[in-house]
Design a protein around this ligand. Structure first.
Ligand SMILES: Cc1cc2nc3c(=O)[nH]c(=O)nc-3n(C[C@H](O)[C@H](O)[C@H](O)COP(=O)(O)OP(=O)(O)OC[C@H]3O[C@@H](n4cnc5c(N)ncnc54)[C@H](O)[C@@H]3O)c2cc1C
Length: 389
């Protein structure tokens, strides 16, 4: 299937990225998982190598490459078997910088996007609040106008890079209730009144996840990102690409689990023969591989549509729904092929299974995705892009 989506250039890029990751990332993963974060130096290395901004405009230091280079990038990042590492880079490059690139003014891009693509200034995207993440239209962090400033009070939680980032791209309420009263703003970390606490969690151990509090935080009105009160629509628009990326991650995790399991099953002997000779296990691998291949074909085809400008809000929700659930299933089944070793931290499956579980929660839970899909398939609801992507 790959030859229908990837050119020779994509494959060359894959080789060079894989070599870089194997040399500079893989040997450090255990340490970063133990540290609960990745060092700033690796952000800089990604910047120096150009890997921070594969599809971003060259004008700001990106590589300006097509969407399938980003697909290759994600697949290779997942092969490191540390969603925490992938998320640390991704929450900055794929979330905060995506808003900066799409909605930022030239001055904002010169300041945050250029330094961000060099890995010198790290961002996070803060939407979720302690009172709830699914109902984005109800966020309550308030930004009140005071002359040329906004005064912000409220809190955000579960924010990836929430403690270590240099600035926060936050959704705040600048207007009335509901979807039409939300704006995106940039809050520099060192602004008085910003504080953050690290959260302990089940997986994604190499990623710093934080709760952020805003106590009378004053930011200039120039820090509004895009049009005032249009934040909800920007968020929904970015969800399409974020959900597609999470679907791709689900497929890549499933493939990694299968690759690791197939290798292990060839080596492990029980009852005098390798376990890959037991028909019941062979059929399970066949079933899981088939489902992974189907999900991959769907996700690749959506990337093709997305790269041609289609607004694939429903399809991205469908892909994330199916691929993240599939990943949980495949990682669980493959962990079991390892027997007791599957449960050991010194083998790769425990982390893979643990990390996979966030797929059905972050970026819209499976239930929230089903709500969107039902509205669009049963009630014939449609959504328009806030800005062309
Ligand atoms: C490790 C980690 C990293 C994260 N990183 C970020 C980040 O960088 N930035 C950010 O903004 N957020 C981040 N999140 C937050 C994540 O997006 C939210 O957790 C998610 O959107 C769900 O929100 P919630 O946790 O408040 O659950 P709730 O909204 O309280 O939902 C609770 C349950 O109710 C269900 N539910 C909700 N609405 C409906 C409905 N209409 N019908 C049926 N069931 C429903 C949900 O599916 C869920 O099962 C992160 C979360 C985690 C765990």
């Amino acid at each position: 299937m790959n030859k229908y989506f990837f050119t020779e250039e994509h494959e060359l890029f894959r080789q060079s990225l894989r070599a870089f990751l194997d040399k500079e990332v893989r040997p450090n993963i255990e340490q970063w998982e133990a540290d609960g974060q990745i060092p700033r130096a690796i952000f800089k290395r990604f910047g120096e190598m150009g890997f921070m901004g594969v599809t971003y405009p060259e004008k700001y230091g990106g590589m300006g490459l097509d969407t399938f280079f980003a697909v290759v990038y994600t697949e290779e990042m997942i092969r490191m078997n540390s969603s925490g590492f992938n998320t640390s880079i991704g929450a900055h490059a794929g979330l905060a910088l995506a808003h900066m690139n799409a909605e930022g003014t030239e001055a904002q891009k010169q300041k945050y996007l250029t330094a961000g693509l060099k890995g010198e200034l790290i961002g996070c995207l803060a939407i979720t609040e302690p009172s709830g993440g699914s109902d984005v239209a109800s966020i309550s962090t308030k930004a009140v106008r005071d002359g040329d400033y906004l005064v912000i009070n409220g809190a955000k939680t579960f924010i990836s890079n929430g403690v270590l980032s240099d600035y926060i791209v936050a959704a705040v309420r600048t207007g009335g209730p509901g979807a039409k009263g939300i704006s995106m703003v940039i809050i520099d970390r060192d602004t008085p009144g910003v504080s953050a606490t690290a959260l302990k969690k089940m997986g994604w151990h190499a990623s710093d996840t934080g709760e952020i509090a805003f106590d009378n935080v004053r930011i200039p009105v120039e820090n509004i990102l895009g049009d005032e009160n249009k934040g909800f629509f920007y968020i929904m628009q970015h969800f399409a690409s974020e959900r597609l990326a999470m679907a791709l991650i689900g497929v890549a995790q499933s493939q990694l689990a299968l690759d690791l399991a197939v290798d292990y099953m060839a080596e492990r002997e029980v009852f005098g023969r390798p376990i890959n000779k037991f028909q019941v296990l062979r059929h399970r691998v066949a079933q899981l591989s088939s489902e992974t291949m189907c999900a991959r074909a769907f996700v690749y085809s959506l990337y093709r549509q997305y790269s041609q400008g289609d607004y694939i809000i429903k399809e991205a929700a469908m892909a994330k729904l199916v691929a993240t659930q599939l990943s949980d299933k495949v990682c669980y089944e493959c962990m079991r092929f390892f027997g007791g070793y599957g449960y050991m931290e010194s083998y790769p499956m425990a982390r893979l299974l643990r990390d996979s579980q966030l797929g059905t929660i972050g970026g819209g839970t499976s239930e929230v995705l089903c709500e969107i899909i039902s509205k669009m398939t049963i009630d014939a609801k449609s959504y328009k892009a806030a800005v062309p992507h």
